[in-house]
Design a binder for this molecule. Structure first.
Ligand code: SF4
Length: 123
């Protein structure tokens, strides 16, 4: 028996409401997409939803207490909470360079620093 799964497309600001028709674990079709990207988005959300992760990691002896980081590509949505917990347990030593790899294998992606944090000068 077919059922309808709704998604809001986040590919562009139009935010089309996508109504995907699925049968069991099989994607049948989608209505409501303003373009082909929305069709692909609904298929991806149904079969293998993924998310970019943006957060901060603590920094020891830095001019700032944390550094902003992001994944190099989307990771499986089901692993986002695990990655957030892992990153919450990490503390880097300053300096941290922009583009520095903080975690090399985060569910198929790298976690990368998105800014520089210099070492704090001793008092
Ligand atoms: S379906 Fe196309 S037009 Fe609609 S939100 Fe997604 S990308 Fe934008």
């Amino acid at each position: 028996m077919n059922r309808i799964v709704e998604y809001t497309c986040i590919v562009c600001p139009a935010g089309c409401l996508l109504r995907a028709e699925v049968e069991g674990d099989r994607f049948v079709k989608v209505d409501g997409a303003g373009c082909q990207k929305g069709v692909e988005y609904a298929k991806q959300e149904f079969s293998d939803p993924r998310r970019m992760v943006f957060t901060v990691v603590r920094v020891r002896n830095g001019e700032l207490p944390t550094v902003s980081v992001k994944t190099s590509k989307p990771i499986p949505k089901s692993n986002v909470s695990n990655l957030m917990r892992m990153l919450a347990s990490i503390e880097l030593e300053a300096p941290v360079e922009i583009g520095e790899v903080v975690v090399s294998d985060a569910y198929g992606a790298e976690v990368i620093a998105t800014r520089r944090v210099s070492r704090r000068e001793p008092d």
